[in-house]
Design a protein around this ligand. Structure first.
Ligand SMILES: C[S@@+](CC[C@H](N)C(=O)[O-])C[C@H]1O[C@@H](n2cnc3c(N)ncnc32)[C@H](O)[C@@H]1O
Length: 201
C-alpha cells in the first residue's frame, strides 16, 4: 500500500490572504508549521513520504506484537510527532530514538517526551532514515510506503542483528514475507500490522 489516498491526513484549512506583509509572514509561518505537523498535501523538503500519524491504539498493538520490553532499543524511522518512541518508553519501559527529516516534528517529539516524563529514554534526532546506523536497534518501527520499505529492506537485513524485530503499519515488505500479521480496527476498517524477525545470516 502506498502512502497517499486513505493514508493521507485531511488538508489544513486555507489561510486568508490579502493582508499586510507582516501578517502575511505570520500566517505563512503558521501554515508551514501546520503543514509540517499534519496537513500537508505535498512533500516537505527531504520527505520521501508525508506525515500521517499512526493511531495510538495501533501504536500499542505494534509494540505488543514486537514484544517490546525494558531491554529493548526501539528505532522509529520517520518518527512524526514521536508517539511511537514516547509510548515505547512510557508504556513498555524501553529506550528508543526516533528520526525524522522535518525539524518541526523533531521539536514536537522532544516536547512530547518531556511532557510524558521520559526524555531520558526517548530521544529524537533530525536525520534521513537512509543515513541512520540501525545496528543498535533491537526493534524497528515503520509507517512508510511500499517503495520506501523496499529500499530499506537491504539496509535492515544488513545492519540489524539476527532476532531483531521489525513492525510496520499497513505497509508490507514485498517479497520478504512477514513472520506474523495482525489486523487492527481503525475507524471500523481492518488495518494490517506486520512483524518480521531478522533471520540468521
Ligand atoms: C507516515 S509518517 C509516520 C510517523 C510515525 N512513525 C507514526 O507512525 O506516527 C512518516 C514520517 O516519515 C518522515 N520522513 C519521510 N521521509 C523521510 C526520510 N527520508 N528520512 C526521515 N524521515 C522521513 C515524515 O516526515 C513523516 O513524519
Amino acid at each position: 500500500m502506498k502512502m497517499g489516498g486513505s493514508g493521507r491526513p485531511p488538508s489544513p484549512p486555507r489561510a486568508a490572504h490579502g493582508v499586510n506583509p507582516r501578517a502575511a509572514r505570520v500566517i505563512g509561518a503558521i501554515s508551514a508549521l501546520a503543514a509540517a505537523l499534519g496537513g500537508c498535501s505535498t512533500l516537505l523538503p527531504g520527505q520521501d513520504v508525508r506525515y500521517s500519524p499512526t493511531p495510538h491504539h495501533v501504536v500499542a498493538a505494534m509494540l505488543q506484537l514486537a514484544g517490546v520490553g525494558p531491554d529493548d532499543v526501539v528505532y522509529d524511522l520517520g518518527s512524526g510527532d514521536g508517539r511511537v518512541i514516547v509510548s515505547a518508553a512510557r508504556d513498555f519501559g524501553a529506550r528508543g530514538i526516533g528520526y525524522d527529516i522535518v525539524p518541526e516534528l523533531v521539536a514536537e517529539s522532544v516536547r512530547s517526551a518531556e511532557t510524558a516524563g521520559v526524555s531520558a529514554r526517548a530521544r529524537f534526532a533530525h536525520g534521513n532514515i537512509f543515513e541512520v546506523d540501525m545496528s543498535p536497534a533491537t526493534v524497528v518501527t515503520l509507517y512508510l510506503s511500499e517503495e520506501l520499505n523496499e529500499r530499506l529492506r537491504p539496509k535492515l537485513l544488513r545492519e540489524l542483528r539476527p532476532g531483531a524485530r521489525i513492525v510496520s503499519y499497513r505497509v508490507d515488505m514485498g517479497a520478504w514475507r512477514p513472520d506474523r500479521t495482525i489486523s487492527v480496527d481503525v475507524d471500523g476498517r481492518p488495518r494490517s500490522v506486520y512483524l518480521w524477525i531478522v533471520p540468521r545470516r
